[in-house]
Design a protein around this ligand. Structure first.
Ligand code: AP5
Ligand code: ZN
Length: 216
């Protein structure tokens, strides 16, 4: 299955992507994760992307599209994938359609995680990420979280630079202006399914899998 997850920053895309990708046995491809790995490694791509990420802005389309094209050419993505955080603009969506059409295929479904701004701000403000395994935590909602340490691998937890309050506002504005139009773009292709992404993580996962079942 070729699936896209769309939704505002902090909607739970990364959290749900892990479960859904495992359920579908497809690779999870997160442009945010790829950019962050490049930032950590100090690659030229990472240096360029960091300027935008720290300001809560989207990385330019050309850079992002080229990066995704390379990733989708890897063998593990040949039979299916789950894209988390891409596409995020109409030109990115059009480029993805073209890329897949050239390969003789197309997206199956776009799953939209629907959450309001207040909940998003709450989620982003309390997010912690594991430096070792990448697991996503929340200081308020994860009862098992011991301050500073990942229960899964023992590594340190950190707060993302772009989760500062002033950057969160910029990211929400970028979403409303540049990413929200994708709802119409994919709606016109009859590929969009929206699910309520509030409530416990497990409940959202069940709604997501149900949506895939009805449309898959
Ligand atoms: P990216 O990493 O994609 O960030 P984002 O879209 O802002 O999404 P987040 O990772 O912040 O949130 P999420 O929806 O994954 O939520 P999560 O599961 O972590 O992108 C970062 C930057 O990279 C961008 O700003 C841009 O600069 C650049 N970039 C990336 N892709 C790009 C593209 N295509 N084009 C251009 N630039 C691009 O959950 C959030 C928190 O909530 C966690 O703490 C989690 O534990 C908690 N939580 C999750 N679900 C629940 C629940 N049901 N109940 C309670 N808490 C929950
Ligand atoms: Zn860990």
């Amino acid at each position: 299955m070729r699936l896209v997850l769309v939704g505002p920053p902090g909607a739970g895309k990364g959290t749900q992507a892990e479960f859904i990708a495992a359920h579908l046995s497809v690779p999870k491809i997160s442009t945010g994760d790829i950019f962050r790995a490049n930032v950590t490694q100090g690659t030229p791509l990472g240096v360029e992307a960091k300027r935008y990420m720290d300001a809560g802005k989207l990385v330019p389309d050309e850079v992002t599209i080229n990066m995704v094209r390379d990733r989708l050419a890897e063998p593990d993505a040949a039979e299916g994938f789950l894209l988390d955080g891409f596409p995020r603009t109409t030109p990115q969506a059009a480029a993805l359609d073209k890329l897949l059409a050239d390969l003789g295929t197309a997206l199956d479904l776009v799953l939209e995680l629907v959450v309001d701004d207040d909940e998003v701000i709450r989620r982003l403000s309390g997010r912690r990420t594991c430096r070792g395994c990448g697991k996503i935590w929340h200081v308020e909602f994860d009862a098992t979280l011991r301050e500073g340490v990942c229960d899964r691998c023992g590594a340190e937890l950190f707060q993302r630079d772009d989760d500062k309050p002033e950057t969160i506002g910029a990211r929400l504005r970028e979403y409303a202006e540049k990413t929200a139009p994708l709802v119409d773009y994919y709606g016109a292709q009859s590929k969009l399914v929206g699910i309520d992404a509030t409530g416990p993580v497990e409940d959202v996962t069940v709604r997501a899998i149900d949506a895939l079942r009805s449309y898959g």
